[in-house]
Unconditional design. Sequence first.
Length: 670
Amino acid sequence: MKKIVYLLISFLVFINANAQIKEPVKWKTKVEKISDFEYNLILNATIENEWHVYSQFTPDDGPLPMELEFKDQKGNFELIGKAKESPYKKQFNDIFGVDEYYFEHNLTLTQKVKIINTKTSKIKLNLDYQVCKESCINDRKSFVFDIPVSAESKTIDTNVSSTNTINIDTATIDTNTVQKEEVKENKSIVSSPITKNEKGLWTIFFLAFLGGFAALLTPCVFPMIPMTVSFFTKQSKTPAQGKRNAILYGISIIAIYVVLGLAINAIFGADALNALSTNVWFNVAFFILLVVFAISFLGAFEIMLPNSWANKVDRQADRGGILGILFMALALAIVSFSCTGPIVGTLLVESASKGGIAPIIGMLGFSSALALPFMLFALFPGWMHSLPKSGGWLNTVKVSLGFLELAFAFKFLSNADLVLQLHWFERETFLAIWIAIFGTWGIYLLGKITLPHDSPLSHISVGRLMLALLVFSFTFYMIPGLFGAPLKLISAFPPPQTYSESPKGFFGNSSSDANLPEGAEFGPSGLVVFADYEIGMSYAKKVNKPVLLDFTGHACVNCRKMENNVWTDENVLKILKNELVVISLVADDKRTLPKSEQFISKSTGSEIETIGDKWTDFMITKYKTNTQPLYVLVDLDGNNLNLITPTTSYDPDVKLYENWLKQGISNFKK
């Protein structure tokens, strides 16, 4: 009876697992003739809802980029340029700390080729790509393009060198920039406009609005509120006219800054700065620029536009009427530049690097916050009495902005170091600088440090004290990060833990490699893990412990989320360290297998050439699924320990994962 029940359960498990094989991307091929010897090889993909495929231009240290490998190329055909892509989406990934480039719903790849040998009738392509939803699939597809055979059976002599050997830095090249140069050659390729993430644009607007509010509280702008409102209320013939002029003044301020955003788009193109966002020199240049802005805010000097500009604009403002009001708004922008310039510059850098209409949205948010008080106080003059008086607190706001500018500047320097992989500016260095900056800011807020434009301070206000406590709390929060703490609140800013002087952490996580079992290495949270199935199983038999098979990927976002949020739980980590042998099999490991170990998969018919191919095939063959993360608890013979729920995938429910581990361990002991 027990055998019958066991067989029934196993059959149901097999049926359920077999349904887990997923293929969310469907491909179609097409060959398009350009001239006698030139063709476009086109791949069209349809992507299921909620899934997304990563671009071949995805930056290093992020999700797995797409790779195209053309077979039997030498002497038969040449690739002309890099394969073009339909426009992708771009979004910052706080797990990897880089922007990810991806496609939703559909994708078109176009590779232009030149035939050298006119007998060439077929071109073979292997395509490696990653497609993700809550889990990730590292897939490989093989395609054959049929090329019309020319009547002339001869080899063409060409001086065009093969471009597929060029070393392209994917961190600095934007596929959309490549498309702009090449689309003129082939107008038959249709590209849809880039769709931007609405949530990202709202975030930019909100942050820019806060920036405008901060600029409002600086010595260059705040004192002008009562002066300007008073001018409109006293110089106008009627109260209604004064209110109308004040509203026009506010609208003019918004228009001026929005035009600035439009100018950025017109001069550089909607996505030009997007392409530069991962460029080394772009990041270094803006690091220097933000440091200069910060030093200016701290009081070393003032960044001012020429006085002649302000005088000319001021004379135009005297003309009156709508044009005069517009010039008054322009005068405000010029006169207050020493305070607003650094903030506007920072916002333009951040928003323009997102591409699309982000610079316009950023300037709209900034100018709205700047203009709103002028309009409101003109409409309700009685509110003026509630405004705090100008004083030394305005310079405190300006200096505080200087500390923030200085801190954010080092993010750009960190980006440059990460791209070059120089390891000059690792995680510990970044955090030490931030701790020093925010700690000094806290001391300044307590009045223990005075800067050039500060007023004498006999006491500090309650608000200033509360801000100092908040800054010190944040400073103390960062200190454990020097010793390996994850610092989830600021995970998007410092380099990842793996990019540090001590990737394994300090103290409890700093076990010597000499104590590692043969074939093992340190994994997440200092866990001892095996990267090879056979070696890991052999060790498990030696210590008589059950095995957790962890099918993972270097570029698997949800794998990192499980490791950072579930595996770090005290109870789960204790189980993983003490009661299990962990074997992590990386499905996107691109290292080539020795020739003797390469084979043709019996399950899929694919060529198994890399270590990642091997573990992906193992996962498909044995567990009938191709997604990561995938966790399986097995005994010493490789049999499933949890029959009802033999595998589990991405699930942030810590307690559920802990119970699943405990159930498997309990079954092993029985």
